[in-house]
Each structure stands twice: as C-alpha cells, then as structure tokens.
Write a protein that binds this ligand. Structure first.
Ligand SMILES: [Zn+2]
Length: 296
C-alpha cells in the first residue's frame, strides 16, 4: 500500500492558512525539528510513557534513583522488558516520521532533536538526529558505562532463560506487559559482559540529566537553524522546552504542530492543533515532496 493511499485527505483538520504559513517556513529551509511522543502515537506507542521510555503503565514513570537503588524493581523491569521488547523493536515509523525524512532528503532540514526513545526517526531514514533522551535499542552498564545493542542483550537473556516460562499476566498491543511475581522470581537477568555491573536501557530517566554534550549539541543546532518546527510535544518537560525558549530569544519563527495545548503556545509563530500524520503528509505535499516508505 502506498503512503498516499494510507492517508485520507479529508481527515486533515488543520486550518489551511496556518498550514500554508507553515509550508512557507518549511520551504525556506534551514528548519530544525524538535519531536515528541505525539509523533509516535500513530505508530502504536502511547505517549503516557514520558521521556523516560520506561515501561510504565501507571503514570508513575520509574525514576533513575529507583532503578539504580532497587535491585528487585530493576529485575522486574528486565523480566517485563524481555517479553515486551520484540513488540517495541518491531514498531514502524508512520507518515509523520517519513515526512521528516523526506524533508531532510529535500535539503530543507538542519536536523532533528527528538525526545523520543523509539528510534523511529532513524528507521524512517533520517540521518541527522540527536536522541535527547537516549534510545531503547541500546543498553548501558551502570558501573563501567559500556554500551551495547538491546538485541544482543535479548539473545544473552534468552540463552540464560531457555527454560523460563514467564508468561505475561496481561499484555497490551504496545508491548507493555505485566508479569506474575513467581515468574519474576525465576527470571534470570544477565549483567555487563565486561565488568559484571548492572545494566539499564540507555535512556534518560526522570531524575536523571541529559548528558551535557548532548545538550550543547542541541543548542548549537538551534543556533544554526533558520526556524524551529515542534512536532507532537506538549513541551511540558523543560528538557525539550528550553530549546523552544532559546529559538524564541534568537527570533526564529516557531511552528508548533501538536494535538492539545503546549507550554510554549505563546511563543509560536504558527500553531496547529491537529492529528500529526495527516497534517504532516499534507504539509509535505504542499512544500516539497511526498513522503516515501523507508529505504530498508
Ligand atoms: Zn560494565
């Protein structure tokens, strides 16, 4: 199925004047994209996860301190993650991510800063991406800092748990799972292959700071941009909002496309409150190019 046929034009509910102003800004080029959870909901990833990306269904995201200091909680996280990971790993970019990739190919973007940890910009073919809050497809050792792929870890866990019968107590389409206590008890987690330290997903948890180099790279991206386009973020978290404030101080045009209010609506040159996928497909069509399926 082509991307075009998957988007019904009649569901584009964005105000035409706002859309054409946004298109004019996009066509000028030099655009920096700042994306958030709202861009990935149409890929089946609910946005209640927040920037931690932790598998949290109860609106209380795991904090870094809890993950670090509570071995039992960490063990439970990995038992759930072991079952849920294949579903998260197989999520596909939607027309919104594909639009952003098409704009980069057309030479209109300076880059993407994403608050998402799902790697969907990368899967869509975007190459200039700062993963502000890290990536779930990477793991790191909390003791020595060694990083590795989540898939490689999955294989190691699988070898260690060949007889494990941990079945999900409840299972949701987004890969979030509940695992019975007895199954958590019998699950065997593996540690860092280099130093034996505990592992964590390479994402920035609540209570944890974004690495300073990543923050300064992001500010440099704003400094180099001609405009800022915010996609699918309510900007409630300072971690992302500071770049909008900085762009405003520099006098850059700011376009915000998000369903629902944002914390920076008063800074926006153009504000579009509409579903992301159809709106971005429409914006692509007006501006440069129709998004195509990811290259691989
Ligand atoms: Zn280590």
């Amino acid at each position: 199925m082509s991307i075009r046929s998957s988007v019904a034009p009649d569901i584009v509910s964005a105000d035409p004047t706002s859309l054409s102003t946004a298109s004019a800004i996009l066509r000028r080029g030099g655009v920096l994209v700042l994306s958030g959870a709202g861009l990935s909901t149409e890929s089946g990833i609910p946005d209640y996860r927040g920037p931690s990306g932790a598998y949290s269904r109860n609106h209380t995201p795991i904090t870094y301190q809890l993950f670090r200091d509570d071995p039992r909680g960490r063990h439970r996280y990995w038992a759930r993650s072991y079952i849920g990971w294949p579903f998260m790993r197989d999520k596909k970019p939607n027309v919104g991510h594909l639009s952003v990739a098409a704009w980069e190919s057309a030479g209109l973007l300076t880059g993407v800063i994403t608050q998402n940890v799902d790697s969907l910009h990368h899967k869509a073919g975007s190459s200039s991406v700062i993963d502000l809050h890290g990536r779930l497809d990477t793991v790191m050792c909390m003791a020595c800092g060694l990083r590795g792929s989540r898939d490689a870890l999955q294989s190691r866990i699988s070898s260690q748990n060949s007889d494990w019968e941990g079945v999900a107590k409840s299972f949701n389409p987004d890969g979030d799972v509940e695992v019975a206590d007895a199954a958590v008890d019998s699950f065997e987690m593996v540690d860092c292959s280099s130093c034996g330290g505990p592992l964590k997903p390479d994402v920035v948890y609540f209570g944890e700071s974004v690495p300073p180099a990543r923050v300064s790279d992001s500010y440099a991206q704003v400094d180099a941009a001609s405009s800022l386009l915010v996609l699918g973020s309510s900007l409630h978290v300072y971690s992302g909002r500071r770049f909008v404030t900085h762009a405003h101080k520099l006098g850059l045009p700011i376009v915000i496309i998000n369903q629902g209010e944002t914390k920076a609506d008063d800074l926006a040159t153009v504000r579009i409150d509409a579903p992301l996928g159809a709106t971005l497909a429409s914006l692509s069509d007006m501006s440069c190019c129709w998004p195509t399926d990811q290259p691989n």
